[in-house]
Write a protein that binds this ligand. Structure first.
Ligand SMILES: Nc1ncnc2c1ncn2[C@@H]1O[C@H](COP(=O)(O)OP(=O)(O)O)[C@@H](O)[C@H]1O
Ligand SMILES: [Mg+2]
Length: 314
């Protein structure tokens, strides 16, 4: 097993318990997602895996080596894109990526070639030789990603790599994450973007309120709730549904979009009800489908915590 996290507890000096008995394992060549709302303890866990801070109790091993005792080993074998923006003022993206590649032991020509390849693949060529101070947040984030993967560690750790990045380049970045794993490296991906993670990860863990709720494949998470379907209604502008029938549950309204759940056995009734609303001009369109990972995630985190941020839903 490449990474083993065993009963890790992290208590900050102010008394906050940010990780409460976290255990998980990550295999070589996997893309492993760590998902959870803001404040769940994801960054805290990552900082212990890369040896920047020690657990209050519990153990972490990489390749069988105890990295609590030997944090330098973790820093050697992990490459890391932090959640905070990486300062590259005074350097161009190309220079910053090349310097990191050389520091990580890459040969000059190999590093240059790989840096250019990454810049091209992520479509940031127009900024490649611009000064770092002049870059937008999204481009900086992509440069930080390139810095983490130009000479990848055995474990590539990416903490919210797509924050501020536009949708097209997000997709390019996820493609690159897959190819890093296909080349035999391991990726530990921290994100609160569930739908993007679903397409990129082999397995994932959901953490909430400092505790690990579940580990499994995206498909296993959806089985969490295989009895239910989602129903999404797009209301006509300034229309309201006065009363929801009893077979509709957990409604959530965001603008004109009303997302709810129904039991599979109530499908026929649901379709009839939604079609009637459409005929009455209350609903513009509606969709019924299986629970996706985001639904499973929302239900799990809502079930387990009252103070979690639901901001991704609205
Ligand atoms: N250095 C610190 N000292 C005290 N509390 C902290 C510190 N860093 C993070 N926390 C708290 O620990 C919890 C988990 O934070 P964090 O690991 O950053 O979560 P996430 O990355 O999932 O958003 C939060 O309640 C946060 O306020
Ligand atoms: Mg974080």
């Amino acid at each position: 097993m490449l990474l083993e996290v065993n009963h890790v507890v992290k208590k900050y000096p102010n008394g906050t318990i940010a990780n409460d008995d976290i255990s998980l394992t990550v295999d070589s060549g996997e893309v492993f997602g760590l998902l959870g709302p803001n404040g769940a303890g994801k960054t805290t866990l990552i900082s212990q895996i890369i040896g920047l801070s020690a657990p209050t109790s519990g153990s972490i091993h990489i390749n069988g080596i105890d990295i609590v005792k030997n944090p330098a080993y973790a820093r050697k074998v992990c490459s890391f894109q932090p959640q905070s923006q990486v300062p590259i003022d005074g350097l161009s993206p190309l220079q910053a990526i090349e310097i990191i590649g050389r520091l990580r032991g890459g040969k000059k020509n190999d590093v240059k070639k790989k840096a250019c390849e990454l810049i091209e693949k992520l479509q940031i060529t127009p900024w490649a030789t611009k000064s770092g101070e002049k870059l937008s947040g999204g481009v900086r984030r992509l440069v930080a990603f390139c810095m983490a993967v130009v000479v990848p560690g055995k474990i590539v750790i990416l903490d919210e790599p797509t924050n501020d990045v536009d949708p097209l380049r997000r997709r390019l970045l996820w493609g690159e994450v897959r190819s890093i794993a296909d080349e035999g490296n391991t990726v530990l991906l921290v994100t609160h973007n569930v739908l993007e993670a679903e397409r990129s990860v082999d397995r994932l863990a959901i953490i909430n309120g400092s505790r690990l709720l579940k580990v499994g494949t995206p498909a296993a998470f959806k089985e969490y709730d295989s009895e239910n379907l989602t129903l999404e209604l797009i209301l006509e502008p300034s229309q309201e549904i006065m009363e929801l029938p009893s077979f509709i549950f957990k409604p959530h309204r965001a603008g004109r979009r009303l997302r709810t759940y129904v039991k599979s056995q109530d499908l026929t009734e649901t379709v009839g009800w939604a079609q009637a609303l459409q005929r009455e001009g209350i609903v513009e369109e509606f969709f019924i489908g299986p629970i996706n990972l985001e639904d499973a995630y929302m239900q799990m985190t809502a079930d387990h915590s009252v103070e979690n941020s639901q901001s991704d839903l609205v």
